[in-house]
Ligand binder design. Structure first.
Ligand SMILES: [Zn+2]
Length: 277
């Protein structure tokens, strides 16, 4: 694998292909793709092959061409685009998005759920300038879990229409952020659900624990109309206990007067029963 000083670092070296002073520069970057210019086609082809063969070297090489300075983003990796090419995989960043943007994102990209009517807070995650995912956190959907200092990640959605490499670790980072933000706001626990046929890898990576399995029953009841999309599939409930951080600006909501201290097994039955109406 090439481990030489990148050509641009020493412009007086003659190019091994054309004999002219070696010349390489970034010509254009759009999103995750880029074009570079060289003194000749021979060097261009050689560099393209070397970058594809050794992504670590490619990352160092692109840095020496001031790619990060030009784009204002930190490069995470030069990654395989899944179609024999290489793409720029920028460092993921959690960034605020506005409510309408979050809504639009869920409508466009969530595979099996609609946008909730309401929620408490949300965020987005970016790969460079690409909005890659969004998470919405609100009250637990199961009425029995309300009023107990618990929040729920109601929606977490990572877009699937980008190269898989760009999404690496994005869901875990979002779950991690949701838990930290809930703790910062003074909540004592956060939960979420995945379909039983989803592996929950991102949740495990973010330190969440599997709590229970909930039979798919449909969330529509005579008392409360709910979307029945996706409702017949069994779900796994995941949870993470939180230690409210020192900067917690508000105390969790006090328990409702009708809340009893119920063991979690019974709680599950109760919440399922409520969903069934
Ligand atoms: Zn040349």
């Amino acid at each position: 694998m090439p481990d030489t000083v990148p050509p641009s670092a020493n412009p007086v070296i003659p190019c091994m292909f054309c004999g002219q002073p070696e010349h390489v520069e970034i010509f254009e970057v759009w999103g995750h793709e880029w074009m570079f210019e060289t003194c000749c086609e021979g060097l261009h082809e050689q560099l393209a092959i070397e970058m594809a063969e050794d992504p670590e070297w490619a990352k160092r090489f692109l840095r020496t061409l001031d790619l990060e300075v030009l784009c204002g983003c930190k490069l995470r990796r030069v990654a395989d685009d899944g179609a024999c090419g290489v793409i720029l995989d920028w460092a993921l960043e959690i960034r605020e998005i506005d409510r309408d943007c979050a809504k639009r994102f869920i409508v466009q990209h969530h595979a099996h759920c609609r946008v909730p009517v309401t929620w408490r807070f949300h965020t987005g995650i970016y790969n460079g300038r690409t909005l890659l995912g969004a998470a919405l956190v609100g009250n637990p959907v199961a009425p029995a879990l309300n009023g107990r200092g618990i929040l729920e990640v109601n929606r977490l959605c990572i877009r699937r229409d980008t190269a898989a490499a760009l999404r690496w670790n994005a869901a875990s980072m979002l779950y991690g952020w949701c838990a930290r933000e809930a703790a910062r706001r003074g909540w004592r626990k956060i939960i979420t659900y995945t379909r039983a046929d989803e592996p929950g890898t991102s949740l495990r990576a973010a330190g969440w624990k599997m709590e229970s399995r909930v039979r798919g029953r449909g969330w529509h009841s005579a008392r409360r109309a709910r979307s029945n999309t996706n409702s017949w599939i069994d779900k796994i409930r995941w949870a993470r206990d939180l230690v409210p951080t020192a900067s917690a600006s508000r105390a969790p909501l006090p328990a409702r007067s009708d809340d009893r201290s119920i063991p979690s097994g019974e709680l599950l039955e109760l919440s399922t029963a409520r969903w069934m109406g």
